[in-house]
Design a protein around this ligand. Structure first.
Ligand code: ADP
Length: 164
């Protein structure tokens, strides 16, 4: 059984994340999505909101499970009894930081392998922080614009939070 963990902040889930999850679910027998809770950061979406949104968007994938975790991602992978950490790669900058992170993770847990999927061309420019900027600054057509970046269940909640 090939079991991978895809961990991240998902604040919020983007079309880029969704694409990696759908492709990862085909590569692995089981994929656990770990929503990382960092007590030092105030997220835009609560952990419960992120969990509900991801579960709703990916509800058609039977081999995908969503959970929240605190602490190091490698510890979470071990706890889940998975053997692979799945990551997405967008740009050259991602490659540099992800390489460093995977080396650190290998030192901490040599039995866990990091596997990278290259971002799809049409989503490689998307990040959660970019979406928050668009959501906060957009005018009347923000809802239409956000369709290019995030799954539809994320849109209304995002606009409510940012344009209050
Ligand atoms: P983190 O806080 O760990 O960076 P993110 O939620 O931003 O969490 O990202 C989680 C993972 O998803 C990372 O491996 C990141 O490179 C990848 N990722 C983020 N956005 C995209 C995208 N648009 N396409 C492909 N992979 C992505």
């Amino acid at each position: 059984m090939r079991h991978a963990v895809y961990a991240g902040s998902f604040d919020p889930l983007t079309l880029g994340h969704e694409d990696i999850i759908r492709r990862g679910a085909k590569v692995f027998d089981k994929l656990t999505i770990g929503i990382g809770i960092n007590p030092d950061k105030i997220p835009l979406f609560s952990s419960a909101e992120r969990l509900d949104l991801i579960s709703e968007v990916l509800s058609d994938l039977e081999n995908v499970k969503v959970v929240c975790f605190e602490g190091l991602a490698v510890e979470f992978v071990k706890q889940e009894k998975a053997t692979v950490m799945l990551r997405g790669l967008r740009t050259l900058t991602d490659i540099e930081s992800e390489f460093t992170l995977s080396l650190a993770n290998r030192t901490l847990a040599p039995e866990i392998e990091t596997v990278f999927l290259m971002a799809s061309e049409k989503y490689s420019h998307i990040s959660s922080s970019l979406i928050k900027q668009i959501g906060a600054m957009g005018k009347d057509n923000t809802e239409e614009q956000l369709k290019h970046f995030v799954p539809s269940p994320v849109i209304k909640l995002l606009i409510n939070k940012l344009q209050k």
